[in-house]
Design a binder for this molecule. Structure first.
Ligand code: NAD
Ligand code: TDX
Length: 351
């Protein structure tokens, strides 16, 4: 039985990845390591928490002693590393926690994995999940991010992710660590914390609160349904070439304002609001400091080499996402009120 460490599995993308691996591969033992910060929520994994091949461990990836003991306890074959501080706005107000988790945390995992795998005769893999923001910002209507686009991160978040990518490559180059990296575009879907654009706006529409559009709303993002990202991680984990990088994206570019108008329309239809109701909530606010203009991924390599393509069209994915939030209002209320942390504090130690 292969034992795989998945970090950040109580977060948004991590929980979809854990669910996919636990259900699709009963022959793997999946250990989900998560610190349970504000973004980590074990409610995201309620449906699989009692599966025999699933184990949860609470801890901090930047805690060397804890990580060393964890590797001794489980003797991991591979690591899929998703744990991170992930919200750009938070990185602007509180950058140092991003440096600690995203840089020191990744270095700590690499260091301990290298020591643990020194004498290993098994096929190990350190898979690092990263973001397209490391490439910087594109012109409107211009070119795409390719795997060999030079790094040019602009925010404390993207700089910390870029640093972590460099560390992973350094461990590969210097110590021959078997690694693979993927850089994905903006994800959306169930269980996304309502600080990110789509769930925040769904929540605000439902609560009839203003929809804060940064600047003029002309920034462009390339959106991918989260389950498609988890499937790409599965494909790369099993078929990706050691030392390689794969871009993952939806070829699905939207200006923020067009996306927000579509979202308003779809939610209004769903909850039978008169046409145009939610658009009235749109409020233009001061732009994000250093706001990247456009992200857009060229995902040809993963398609040609590994056969992955997104399975969902955006219209369908967005409707599925809205349906999920409407059916899970209590999840939304729990995370916006912080109740989920009170609940799990009873079972697991919190900071
Ligand atoms: P998230 O914020 O929803 O989840 C992050 C998880 O990591 C949480 O469960 C949190 O508790 C945990 N965590 C944070 N600090 C930790 C620490 N020090 N030790 C252990 N666990 C810790 O993030 P997400 O949106 O699911 O993103 C997951 C990964 O994917 C990140 O590495 C992110 O950079 C990357 N990514 C995200 C997107 C996106 O659109 N959300 C796109 C591309 C790549
Ligand atoms: O209230 C808002 N108003 C607004 O106009 C928020 C929260 C966002 N925005 C804009 C900023 C961006 O142009 O919407 C766009 C999307 O914003 P976010 O959801 O914060 O995502 P982004 O900054 O693009 O970063 C995301 O994609 C890459 C994820 O948060 C990262 O974790 C991922 O790596």
């Amino acid at each position: 039985m292969k034992t795989i460490l998945i970090t950040g599995g109580a977060g948004f993308i991590g929980s979809h990845t854990v669910r996919l691996f636990v259900t699709k591969y009963p022959e793997y033992k999946i250990v989900n390591l998560d610190k349970l910060t504000y973004a980590g929520n074990l409610e995201n994994l309620k449906d699989i928490e009692n599966k025999p091949n699933y184990i949860f461990e609470q801890g901090d990836i930047a805690d060397l002693k804890f990580i060393t003991n964890l590797f001794k306890k489980y003797n991991f074959d591979s690591v899929i590393h998703l744990a991170a501080e992930s919200h750009v706005d938070r990185s602007i107000t509180d950058p140092l926690v991003f440096i600690r988790t995203n840089i020191t945390g990744t270095a700590t995992l690499l260091h301990v994995a290298k020591e643990s795998w020194k004498e290993s005769n098994k096929k190990n893999l350190f898979y690092h999940v990263s973001t397209d923001e490391v490439f910087g910002s594109l012109e409107l209507g211009g070119d795409f991010f390719y795997e060999d686009t030079p790094y040019d991160p602009k925010s404390p978040y993207s700089s910390s992710k870029a640093s972590s990518d460099h560390l992973v490559r350094a461990w590969n180059h210097t110590y021959n660590m078997p690694v693979v990296i993927s850089n994905c575009s903006n994800n959306y879907g169930p269980y996304q914390f309502p600080e990110k654009l789509i769930p925040l706006f769904i929540n605000n529409i439902l609560k009839k609160k203003p929809l804060p559009v940064y600047g003029e709303g002309i920034n462009v993002r390339d959106w991918l349904f989260v389950e498609d990202h988890a499937k790409a991680i599965d494909v790369i984990f099993h078929k990706g070439k050691i030392g390689e990088t794969y871009n993952i994206g939806g070829h699905n570019e939207w200006t923020n304002i067009d996306l927000i108008k579509l979202l308003c329309k779809q939610v209004d239809e769903k909850i039978r609001n008169p046409e145009g109701t939610s658009e009235k909530l749109i409020t233009y606010v001061t732009d994000r400091s250093g706001h990247d203009l456009r992200y857009a991924i060229d995902a040809t390599k993963i398609k040609d080499e590994l056969g992955w393509i997104p399975s969902l069209q955006f219209d369908e994915g967005l409707r599925k996402t809205i349906d999920w939030y409407l059916e899970n209002i209590s999840w939304l209320d729990n995370v916006t009120s912080g109740t989920y942390q009170d609940y799990y504090k009873k079972q697991y130690k919190q900071d």
